[in-house]
Write a new protein. Structure first.
Length: 196
């Protein structure tokens, strides 16, 4: 679910706590969440409503006015209108993870085991260290360029990099990626293990 920057800011400050969308099927559920550029947005309630039930007050809580809400919803002819109650659920934990460049011996061991598990479940063999080394060597490089350099398509390559990002090892740049301080520490540990 895409939110304009002013809406994200309003959700963080608490000035905005509603959103309206027209979907063929619910794209979010109550209790769910979504990561955004400002942190995690929580979905408190997701209810089907009739467009005529939306009030001017509701529109204000969505950071706009009723005419704009209706215009947005009427752009799509098909689907059900949903009233989505939102809240700021806190910072993205991956951001804090990424900045942790000093890991304990136990954390290094656990991360090495996690990556080894990802490698062992891969149908194409070990890949995690290779990706970390490629990203370290080519920060800001187009994902497509890096992917093609190892005979991979862009989309599956990016999906794998997202798995590393979930662990706090990489950071997205306007173009391409770079290793986070945590990623640098983990790669250094992996390299020491292989040279021991």
């Amino acid at each position: 679910m895409l939110f304009p920057n002013y809406v994200l800011t309003g959700i963080v400050t608490g000035e905005i706590d509603l959103a309206f969308r027209r979907w063929k099927r619910p794209m979010h559920v109550a209790g769910g969440s979504q990561r955004t550029s400002v942190g995690v947005i929580g979905f408190v309630a997701v209810d089907a409503v009739d467009i005529d039930e939306i009030s001017e007050d509701d529109a204000g809580r969505a950071g706009t006015d009723l005419a704009d809400v209706r215009a947005l919803l009427e752009r799509k002819a098909e689907g059900q209108v949903y009233r989505i109650e939102v809240r700021y659920a806190g910072p993205d934990k991956r951001v804090a993870l990424r900045s942790e460049g000093k890991l304990t011996a136990s954390e290094r061991k656990q991360m090495a085991q996690t990556l080894a598990g990802m490698d062992s479940r891969s149908k194409r063999g070990p890949w995690t260290r290779q990706y970390l080394e490629l990203i370290k060597a080519h920060p800001g490089e187009l994902a497509e360029t890096i992917a093609h350099s190892i005979g991979r398509e862009k989309r599956p390559f990016k999906a794998d990099v997202r798995r590393l990002k979930e662990l706090g090892l990489t950071e997205s740049l306007p173009v391409g990626y770079r290793l986070s301080p945590r990623g640098i520490a983990v790669l250094r540990h992996l390299q020491k293990l292989s040279s021991a």
